[in-house]
Design a protein around this ligand. Sequence first.
Ligand code: ZN
Ligand code: ZN
Ligand code: ZN
Length: 140
Amino acid sequence: MKIIAEKILKEHKLRNTPIRIAVLSYFKESNSALSHANLEQYFNNQFDRVTLYRTINSFIENGILHKVLDDSGSAKYAVCNDDHCEVHQHNDNHVHFKCTICSKIECLHHAQIPKVKVPMGYTINAANLLLEGICSKCNN
Ligand SMILES: [Zn+2]
Ligand SMILES: [Zn+2]
Ligand SMILES: [Zn+2]
């Protein structure tokens, strides 16, 4: 995971720092959306809150992480699809899936949010779709 993280940072022209590599590796490893609380818990004594916040914000700005809307109220983040997103320009248009058994939220990168027709005079800037059900791991 460390090598993948280093590669992603390089592609997005971000310097390899220990915290960036650690945070990104953890996202890749867990393969699901994570909240600030998840990260704080995992990196308990290793990195402080402020540094974690800063790292996440720079990842969002640079098209590495995107926000995942969840009904739990706490913001979650997930890794963007390879080379889809750039600095200040996210192109994530996929559906998110929340498993009611393991409560993980995953990006379904190949499931696109369907186009919705809106009345005249409305402009869509962002679309979020959260599906709920049972994930493939829990279905086994
Ligand atoms: Zn993105
Ligand atoms: Zn599950
Ligand atoms: Zn996603």
